[in-house]
Design a binder for this molecule. Structure first.
Ligand code: NCD
Ligand code: ZN
Length: 345
């Protein structure tokens, strides 16, 4: 196949940041994607509907002229989140989902939830009004190995929570393990999972073999090869419970290339080319549209986009910059370590 037209995709997990960084990266998303779920882990985080309204306005003002892009806002769940504020945010159409970061799980998550009991009033209200919970599914207890944090989270936090609140609609974000895939498949309802671009392409060797490579470090950290293959099989299967959430998470190079580097991989700019490559390799190009453009909106109860994009396979590799310059500094672009031939026309 040389060319593929699909409905315009959406990104169901995106870090746009704020200010100069946002201005530097937003065009890489709005060029291809019609909508994105915007992560609320700013400093300080987006915790109230009023915060989200103000952040949405800053995003809309930064969209490059000529692009149509709709930011879908989320709130950062804290132990003090007001159920009434959530309900108002949903009723006004502003809030699409609420994000749960276990405290300390990842970048800017220190204000996240420590004691789940304290977040129960908010979670109960969400279950009642049908507001989905997006979950960073990792425990943060120091005695749990970082490669096991997703599985332990499923067993000790997510499954008990879902049994207690079966009506709560949960998106397990950036699934990185076969355990996560199996858990989602085993659920009868109200559970789906997003998968990132990079987790379909790299395993943990990319970070650690032949030298330490900070630009492949993200959270949840990439796992061993068998897990990557399980993610590939789920993403390319067409199964409606799995969809794209890039987790594109820009950090300036000095914050990645240092003694204690930040987690996050920047993929907005070349995600569609990477995905076409992955789906072609797995003989599943006919299911790329389900993963990138159909399953996500269906899960969030939104219509698929009417517009389309066309991907073309070029003979010569497509040139993506190794780094982009933003007003906040230089950001390294995800290098899939193979040439990319698919391009968005
Ligand atoms: C994200 C970030 O930088 O905000 N980092 C990452 O590695 N994915 C946070 C997150 O989603 O975990
Ligand atoms: Zn993220």
């Amino acid at each position: 196949m040389r060319s593929l037209t699909i409905r315009r995709p959406d990104d169901w997990h995106l870090h746009l940041r704020d200010g100069a960084m946002m201005e530097g990266v937003i065009g890489d998303t709005s060029r291809h994607f019609a909508r994105a779920i915007i992560m609320p882990n700013l400093v300080p985080p987006v915790v109230t509907t009023a915060d989200a309204r103000a952040y949405r306005e800053r995003i809309v003002n930064a969209i490059p002229d000529g692009d149509t892009f709709e930011p879908l806002m989320t709130l950062y769940l804290t132990e003090g989140t007001s159920p009434d504020d959530l309900e108002e945010g949903k009723a006004s159409g502003l809030i699409t989902a609420v994000k749960l970061y276990p405290a300390g799980a990842t970048t800017n998550s220190h204000g996240g939830v420590r004691d789940f009991e304290k977040a129960m009033p908010a979670l109960e209200r969400m279950a009642k009004i049908g507001l989905p919970l997006c979950v960073h599914g990792e425990v943060t207890t120091p005695d749990v190995d970082i490669f096991d944090r997703e599985k332990v989270f499923i067993d000790t936090v997510l499954d008990p929570l879902r049994k207690r609140l079966p009506e709560l609609k949960v998106t397990m974000e950036h699934v990185t393990t076969s355990d996560g895939i199996d858990y989602i498949k085993s659920a009868e309802s109200n559970l789906a999972g997003s998968i990132t671009t990079h987790h379909l392409i790299i395993n943990r060797n990319a970070i650690l073999v032949g030298g330490i490579r900070p630009h492949y470090y993200c959270l949840p950290v990439a796992k061993r090869e068998s897990h990557r293959l399980a993610l590939r099989a789920a993403a390319t299967s067409g199964d409606r419970r799995f969809f794209l959430g890039t987790d594109s998470a820009p950090h300036i190079d000095p914050l990645k290339e240092c003694g204690c580097g930040c987690a996050g991989i920047y993929t907005s700019i070349n995600t569609m080319s990477c995905l076409a490559h992955v789906f072609e390799q797995d003989n599943a190009l006919d299911r790329l549209e389900a993963f990138a453009s159909l399953n996500g909106p269906a899960w969030y109860g939104l219509p698929a986009n009417d517009e389309t994009i066309t991907l073309v396979r070029r003979d010569e590799p497509v040139d993506f910059p190794a780094k982009i310059e933003t007003g906040a500094g230089t950001v390294t672009v995800f290098d899939p370590m193979f040439p990319l031939h698919w391009d968005v026309a």
